[in-house]
Design a protein around this ligand. Sequence first.
Ligand SMILES: Cc1ncc(COP(=O)(O)O)c(C=O)c1O
Length: 406
Amino acid sequence: MPFNFQKLRSEFPALHQKINKRPLVYLDNAATTQKPRAVIERLTQYYNSENSNIHRGAHFLSQQATLAYEEARKTTQMFINAAFDHEVLFTRGTTEAINLVAHSFFKKFVKQGDEIIVSAMEHHSNIVPWQIACENHGATLKVIPMDDRGVLDMEAYRQLLNEKTRLVAVTHVSNALGTINPVKEIINTAHKFDVPVLIDGAQALSHMKVDVQELDCDFYCFSGHKIYGPMGVGVLYGKEEWLNQMPPYQGGGEMIKEVTFEKTTFNELPFKFEAGTPNVGDVLGMEAAMRFISYLRMDEIAAHEKDLLQYGMQQLKTLDNIRFIGTAPEKTSVISFIFNDIHPYDTGTILDKLGIAVRTGHHCAQPVMDYFGVPGTVRASFAIYNTRDEIDILVEGLKKVREMFG
Ligand SMILES: Cc1ncc(COP(=O)(O)O)c(C=O)c1O
């Protein structure tokens, strides 16, 4: 079936509103995506008729909610092609997933003098948890450098790996630059040193199919809200062999087998890592988002977004005095730029008056901004529902910004 673009767009109620008396042009998708009706309705349905605490109840609603929650785990397993459903842990998002590994993996496997490798283009969520853990355990953080296009230096990466390296943690796609990293190669190289790899997939899954077995990554993290699902929910995929060896992250209900005041024994996977009442409603909303993406065809999403990226670059280049930050040959539909030396915040504020939502600032990637010597950028990031017309509106908007500040 051909890609029915108008129908797809009509599935997202939030897109059809006016902001500052103009039709909303939503180009802040790397920060969060808008939600399709299927996700909103799933949340409503859960709270209208299914809400109950899971796993512990003998009554009907509890059993139904438990079934639905565990079914969502299976849907997630299929979505990323994990080998087992117990390798899928539900978290509050990518940030919590990374913190979980930083805490538990370090406790078991990292000692004084060990090294962790991240890259120069990480989101703060894939830097700070490692920094905290390194400080606690006397380990050191090493950084894979990048070039002026925002491409990782793979030779430098190879040279960083050694017998002291305990883990590599790299983003699949940079939120600030759009760069798609060669994660398969990064993983293969680390595995030659028997080093496990965590991939931060927050910016990847809405743009491409991810197969964790094919990648052979040891951990993969993502957030529901970046894939058209709810906020405050996400996934940590971990290989069974690692998760089984890692101690629990948090203590509480659900993650135990037996508790006495003397000793507690822990539950098996995945429950060992899901302490307390989980966010059942949002897990089901995220499941609806995965089904929604799976129903669309990933090749059609990719082709549409590629067209938006190419058209966007072409049109923005017609403006004088625009500096693009992040020009890697392999990119998702993210365009970061500085316009006319105007402060990104001022550009963003004027664009907002015209109904255009872009992100401005450091994008939680201050080391990237430092590398390029800028305080921040304007970032337009496109999703499946964006159009070429919206890019034209952005370009016209920027001309108005220049009139005011130029
Ligand atoms: C690459 C990357 N990693 C991690 C995160 C953190 O995601 P969350 O705030 O949903 O935990 C983000 C969010 O922008 C991101 O873009």
